[in-house]
Design a protein around this ligand. Structure first.
Ligand code: GLU
Length: 327
């Protein structure tokens, strides 16, 4: 009698243990099916960061089994490394930096080519903006010699662009005092008088420059027409653009500048279906990007191959093929 009761209790305990174990393995299996992906973006004062956040939410919401998150980084140079060495699956980068890293040229010439990256889509022009504190005596790029300069965050594409543009004008880091600052840090340093000029390579308008220009008088410095031509001749990923008057408070006239393209990269080993879905879902929901930032309006399937500087991932290629964008 007593034994039967014990048996019954034991039986119930066993059933309970069984249910817990089964429940646990089912949820573990569910979690294992979920693909976790990380998208490397840029600093919080830029455009990659908000657009990357919007894309990660879109992917998690629209692609079954995908849980995506975005992370803040130093931007392009850090991101090509993160993706090439599979520390992040996806990354937002400048098309010039992707090309230099993939082919081990320019600042990557002493490294192994980063051949594990693939292209997914290009997005919008990123303008190299040269912002000087009014009164710092910087009316032209030549005037930057001898100044304190925020050249971009460590690991940024901005820093590469700053070096190239200064170099084209005969200025090296020996001629300036360079500070490696994110856009937000550069804006603060410029406002507080710790730096005279800041380089910002990002989509227009860039939030950190909007904030800066509303509290501090700044000049947006133009590049001369002949210099624009020789910069493009030396580094063909640059294109001539205009920073339209009124982009920033106090900037009334158009300013001549150069720009590169923002693009999405992925590690070559990522599953073809996954990259296909990411390409499709992003390019078919561009309204989400347009609501996040003005430049998000320029992301379209039709323009997604313009300025593509490295080989496409097969998943992305499949999408473009399907919608008739590849000949
Ligand atoms: N293109 C910039 C860089 O790689 C980052 C732009 C952004 O954060 O929007 O330095």
């Amino acid at each position: 009698m007593k034994l039967t009761r014990i048996n019954k209790v034991l039986g119930l305990v066993l059933i309970a243990v069984f249910l817990v174990v089964v429940g646990f393995s089912v949820s573990a299996a569910g979690a294992a099916e979920e693909e976790r992906i990380v998208l490397a973006t840029g600093g919080t004062g830029g455009v990659y960061y908000p657009l990357g956040g919007a894309m990660a939410s879109l992917w998690s919401g629209e692609i079954e089994g995908v849980s995506a998150s975005s992370e803040s980084t130093g931007a392009s140079v850090e991101n090509v490394n993160l993706v090439n060495f599979l520390e992040s699956q996806f990354g937002l980068v400048q098309n010039d930096i992707a090309y230099y890293a993939f082919n081990a040229v320019e600042m990557f010439s002493d490294q192994e080519p980063m051949e594990s990256m693939r292209g997914v889509f290009t997005m919008y022009p990123e303008t190299i903006q040269i912002i000087a504190r009014a009164g710092a005596g910087v009316q032209s790029v030549e005037d930057i010699a001898g100044k304190r300069v925020a050249v971009g965050a460590p690991g940024s594409g901005t820093e590469v662009n700053a070096r190239q543009i200064l170099h084209a004008h005969g200025i090296t880091y020996d001629d300036i005092r360079q500070d490696f600052l994110s856009f937000a840090e550069a804006a603060d340093a410029l406002r507080d008088g710790h730096v005279d000029v800041a380089f910002v390579t990002a989509g227009l308008p860039t939030s950190s420059v909007i904030d800066l220009a509303t509290t501090t008088n700044v000049d947006v410095v133009a590049i001369g027409p002949a210099m624009v031509d020789s910069i493009i001749e030396e580094w063909p990923y640059y294109a001539e653009v205009t920073i339209p008057g009124g982009t920033y408070s106090g900037q009334d006239s158009d300013v001549r500048a150069v720009a590169v393209m923002a693009m999405m990269i992925v590690h070559e080993t990522l599953d073809e279906d996954l990259v296909y879905n990411i390409t499709r879902v992003t390019l078919e929901n561009t309204d989400v990007l347009a609501r996040t930032h003005d430049r998000g309006r320029e992301v379209t399937a039709e323009s997604a191959l313009a300025g593509m500087s490295i080989d496409l991932h097969p998943g992305a290629r499949r999408y473009y093929d399907e919608v008739g964008l590849l000949d």
